[in-house]
Structures are given as structure tokens and as C-alpha cells.
Write a protein that binds this ligand. Structure first.
Ligand code: HEM
Length: 442
């Protein structure tokens, strides 16, 4: 049992990395069945609709005076808005255990059957505490300067129009199209390709590897999955290394050129530049796909909401914020206490992990009245934690908002009669949430 607890105790780090969730699951099912709410987040049927579990966790936390809810899986969880926000902003917490300066990326991880596999993702920033985090974040920041965002908007509009031309033609021929496959998934990839200026000839492979690596955010499912990830990672590294080398001699306006210049000026190591480029792809891809898919799904399922958007496509930005609040693409993150401390009267020992349930915080009735209702006209919908908070606040948030707003506005203008044409296929996952497939007709 102690071996199990030892493994489970590492969950917080692995939620970010997604590597040991599979191992967790094997032991957590019995606890879930016996009523452990945190364990339930890892298992069907609760995983399919985690919101009732979040609600119970919020209530349990409030009853206990606000401190984290303890779980037999060896880690605590926070579900109220106030406590989640406080921990994300508290510099006594980090994304690594205290004193563990080593990156978890690159270490061997365990499969559910106890085997060892190579860590498939190297996610600088996300798994780095200050001071290294501060330096790395500064390197990636220029990617999201206002001038660049204006350029990405033009790209997003052009790409969305092109994708919709094809999707609507398919709808006329076949009676339906898949909103995820035909729009929500290819759009972010095209925008990130523009951000890194990935040449047209490489963009299809870039998308394939990005899709493979993105799936690792929610855990490595099996040794076969791990091998697929390792292959994608090697291939992507080789593509990005070649591009970085080329941008050193022929710099352009893109983010890879900026990273290549930083390596030459000693601002970053070559490995860090490579990993940052990879992070931009992995962090910005499935997340934005989920945002667009979940937004359309929520508006189609909630009476009057799609009609409101058709009437006023200017509500697209509000639809993005309400989706981020109501059904966020990243449901949770994790932090480690860097010293013995108290959270609302509950003691946490140094290095203990805390799950920060962003999606639970977003439905806290103390902040949002009638929180389980999706409402385009909700006041202060943007008061959500979908992009986290504190020093790790999502760097790509302006880009994600822009892509979501463009996709929903253009969709409302060009496909006003859009409606569901089959059963959506949900992603069965704990960290990432959104439809894998959303059949619609226009
Ligand atoms: C709707 C879409 C998105 C959502 C919901 C989302 C969510 C998040 C969250 C929750 C975090 C912080 C995790 C933590 O605190 O542990 C994060 C970090 C990050 N995101 Fe996003 N993200 C989205 C889109 C993007 C895009 C489009 C990009 C870039 C192309 C991006 C790049 C990043 C980066 C680089 C970080 C690390 C920031 C840091 O650790 O300092 N994200 N994102």
C-alpha cells in the first residue's frame, strides 16, 4: 500500500506532465467506488461528467472551513474559487517539490504495469519554478506582443474561411461535417504554424506530431502510446532543430527566429529554445480545439444560445468567456507546498501536492449565480480561472481568445442554421476536456 501511496503522491506533478495518471488509475478505482471524490475524477462514470463531483468537493471544503479536501489517493484538492486563486498566487507554492530543481521532463516514468518508459514531453515554463521560470517566460513573451496578435488574427480569419468553405461543401454533399475534425482541430495548428513560421511543406507532419504529443497532457495510456509519443517527440525535435538552425542564419519576424537569436545571445540554451518551441505547439493546440468544440456544443445544447449568437455575432467574445468558465478545456492543475504551511486552517506539509480544480472554481456559486447554467449574457463571465493564475497564467491566453472569437463569429455568420447531427464523442480524460468529435449539419 505504501508503494501505491508513494506513486499516488506524485500525482500533482504528473497532472502537469500527464505521465503517471495511468498508474494512478489502477489503484484509485477501488477508492473511487468507495466514495473517494478525488479518486472519482480519474474514473468513469464520474470522469464523463465531473461537475457533480466538483460540486460535492466544494461543499465538503466549505463545510470543513475552507481548507483542502484530503483524499486517500495521497493528495489534497481545492475546489472553491477563493482557495484555488489564493494558492495559484501564493509564492510559497511551486510546480515542483521544493528543492527539486531538476526537471521532471526527461526522467523515466512508470506505466500502469510498472514498466518504465521515457518521459515524452519536456514542458519548460509549466514545470519550472522561478527564477528559471521568469527567464524562460520572458523569452517566449514576444510571441504574443500586440503587433503579432494582429497578424495572427488575419491568419485565423483566412484559415477559418478556408476550412469552412470545405466543411460547408462537405455538409452539402454528405449532409454533415465534423466541427472538431474540420474546424476546431486544424485552426490552432495553422495559427501556431504561422507563429513559428513552419514552412508549408512541413506543416502536415508538424500537425500530426503536435496532435500525438498533445494527447500526452492527459496521461500515457500504454507502452504502445508511449512509443508513439517518443517517435513523435524525436521527429518534432529534428524538424524544429533544423528550423532553428536555419533561422540563426536567416532570421525572420517569427518566434523561432527570436528563440534562435536568444540562444546566440546567451539568453537560453539550445535545448531550452527547442523545448519552448515544442511547448507552444503542445500547449496551444488541443486546448484551443477543446474551447471551440465545447463552445459550439454548449450553445447547441442550451436553448436560445445559438440563436442569440446568430442574432448578434458580436457576442462571440462573450461566448468564448462563458465557455472558458462553464466547461474549461484544462480542468485542473497542481501545486506543491514549498514549506510547511496552512491553507484556511488546514496544515500542509512541505512538498505535499494540491490539486487546484480550476473547473470547480469556475462554478463556485459564491462568484457566479446559477453557475451550472450556460449564459452568453452572464455578467462577469470572464472572472474564471480557465487560464490559471499567478506566475504561470497562460501565456497564450490572448491568442486562444482571438482564435475562439474568430471561429465562433465566422461560424455564426456563415453557418447560421448549424445544428447537431449526431452524438458528440467526448474525450475520456481528467485534465483536458472537450468533444473529440462533434457531428453537425449546416
Ligand atoms: C483555450 C485555450 C487554452 C487554455 C484553456 C489554456 C490553459 C492554460 C493553463 C490552465 C495554464 C497554466 C497551468 C498551470 O497553472 O499549471 C497554461 C499555461 C500555458 N499556456 Fe495555455 N491555454 C490555452 C491556450 C494556449 C495557447 C494558444 C498557447 C500558445 C500558443 C498557450 C501557451 C501556454 C504556455 C506557454 C503556458 C505556460 C505558462 C507558464 O507556465 O508560465 N496556451 N495554459
Amino acid at each position: 500500500m505504501s508503494v501505491l501511496h508513494d506513486r499516488l503522491g506524485r500525482l500533482a506533478a504528473d497532472v502537469v506532465l500527464g505521465t503517471r495518471i495511468g498508474a494512478m488509475r489502477a489503484g484509485g478505482l477501488a477508492l473511487a467506488v468507495r466514495g473517494d471524490r478525488v479518486a472519482r475524477l480519474l474514473h468513469r462514470p464520474w470522469r464523463l461528467d465531473p461537475y457533480p463531483v466538483y460540486s460535492e468537493l466544494r461543499a465538503a471544503q466549505t463545510r470543513a472551513g475552507g481548507g483542502p479536501v484530503r483524499s486517500r489517493v495521497g493528495i489534497t484538492a481545492l475546489a472553491t474559487r477563493a482557495s484555488c486563486e489564493a494558492v495559484l498566487r501564493d509564492r510559497r507554492f511551486g510546480v515542483q517539490p521544493a528543492g527539486d530543481g531538476s526537471r521532471l521532463g526527461g526522467k523515466a516514468a512508470e506505466t500502469a504495469d510498472g514498466g518504465s518508459l521515457l518521459e515524452p514531453l519536456d514542458l519548460p515554463l509549466l514545470i519550472t519554478d522561478p527564477p528559471d521560470h521568469t527567464r524562460l517566460r520572458r523569452l517566449a513573451q514576444p510571441a504574443f506582443a500586440p503587433r503579432r496578435l494582429a497578424h495572427y488574427r488575419t491568419v485565423a480569419e483566412r484559415v477559418t474561411d478556408g476550412l469552412l468553405d470545405a466543411a460547408l461543401a462537405r455538409s452539402r454533399q454528405e449532409g454533415r461535417f465534423d466541427l472538431v475534425r474540420d474546424l476546431a482541430s486544424p485552426l490552432p495548428i495553422a495559427v501556431i504554424s504561422a507563429l513559428l513560421d513552419v514552412p508549408e511543406v512541413d506543416s502536415e507532419r508538424f500537425a500530426r506530431w503536435g496532435r500525438a504529443l498533445g494527447s500526452a497532457l492527459d496521461g500515457v495510456r500504454s507502452p504502445a502510446h508511449a512509443r508513439e509519443l517518443a517517435a513523435a517527440r524525436t521527429a518534432l525535435r529534428s524538424l524544429l532543430t533544423g528550423l532553428l538552425e536555419q533561422r540563426r542564419t536567416e532570421p525572420g519576424e517569427d518566434v523561432l527566429s527570436a528563440l534562435a537569436t536568444a540562444v546566440d545571445g546567451d539568453g537560453a540554451t539550445a535545448d531550452e529554445a527547442l523545448a519552448l518551441a515544442q511547448l507552444l505547439l503542445v500547449a496551444g493546440f488541443e486546448t484551443t480545439t477543446n474551447l471551440i468544440g465545447s463552445a459550439v456544443q454548449a450553445m447547441q445544447r442550451t436553448p436560445g444560445q445559438w440563436a442569440a449568437l446568430i442574432e448578434d455575432p458580436g457576442l462571440a467574445a462573450a461566448a468564448v468567456e462563458e465557455t472558458l468558465r462553464f466547461d474549461p478545456p484544462v480542468q485542473l492543475t497542481a501545486r506543491f507546498a514549498h514549506e510547511d504551511l496552512e491553507v484556511d486552517g488546514a496544515r500542509l506539509r512541505r512538498d505535499s501536492g494540491v490539486l487546484v480544480l480550476l473547473a470547480a472554481a469556475n462554478r463556485d456559486p459564491a462568484v457566479h449565480p446559477d453557475p451550472d447554467r450556460f449564459d452568453l449574457h452572464r455578467e462577469q463571465a470572464a472572472r474564471h480561472l480557465a487560464f490559471s493564475g499567478g506566475v504561470h497564467y497562460c501565456l497564450g491566453a490572448p491568442l486562444a481568445r482571438l482564435e475562439g472569437e474568430v471561429a465562433l463569429r465566422v461560424l455564426a455568420e456563415r453557418a447560421p442554421r448549424l445544428r447537431l447531427a449526431g452524438r458528440p464523442v467526448p474525450r475520456i480524460a481528467t485534465v483536458l476536456r472537450g468533444p473529440l468529435s462533434l457531428p453537425v449539419t449546416a
